[in-house]
Design a protein around this ligand. Sequence first.
Ligand SMILES: [Zn+2]
Length: 328
Amino acid sequence: MSKAMRCALLSALVALVTALGLVVPAAAEREIDPRPSTEELARQLGELQVRSRGEVRVAPIGASNQGRPVWSARVGHGPTRILYVTQQHGDEPLGTPAAVEFLRDAGIGDAPHQRWLRDQLTVDVVVRANPDGHEHGWRYNYAPEADPEHGERGKGYDINRYHDPDVAPEDNPATEAGLIQRHYAEFAPQVAVDYHMQGRYVGGDGREITASLMWPTTPGVAAEPLELAKQVSVVARTAMDSGGANVSQYPGGDYRGIARNAYGLLGSGSVLIELSDMGPEHEQFQISSALASMHAIANTTADGSVNDVDPTRADQIPPRGDPLPSTR
Ligand SMILES: [Zn+2]
């Protein structure tokens, strides 16, 4: 057999094995695009649906102001429901590729652990809640004519200030926030985690903070969802720190329109995770770190061990320290 033939045969074999979902490439082994275009993201999600043989189900929850689909990708069919939301702020991208990797790991393949996870859980991801903001490279949605209470004139609304449960989706001026409100109500998740990015900070011990997280801090959140949010926070922190991260609390506000607060008020164990924007050389690490949190939250929710975590351990997560110079 010629060398060219052997090569062709080998490529065909690799393609076949990949198509059958026999190989799940580990995230760490290959470079992941930190900022896929919205078109490329749609292609990746479509490919996940095909390669998972329908275990990953992809559907738009609606359209952005500029007509781009806002995607939900769902894996599993179990009774316990987890919602991950990524990239409400268009220029905070890294939760999105992490979510794609999570869907790949959970959805493609038939290993016993994967089958077990899909039997226990339904995990829904709003993948890139703000595609217009991503395409414009800014925080807000696209509503240049608006004069938003929260947002920027000439750009648009800050979606993550428009989740107040007292505002009905049909009255919500921030289109994409209204889509998430509706989707949340229909899915009714027990756990909801919202992925963002922040600047660079140090901790009290002088080490850089790689991520920060927080549970609902608005008055009126019931004891049970607050406790679950703290348990989920401890799980996420432990998973990220054991992968080399340095996680602090996030000094977030108590405004009801923030998703973390709103979905706590509505009864979910609701958590915000902010990856630090540490520059291009740390992006693969940050994607892996977010992915580790997604897996740990899913696994401990599926086996119920999240409920055994002492929630007061969340209060012992150290506070975020002073800002460092930005790399942007
Ligand atoms: Zn943000």
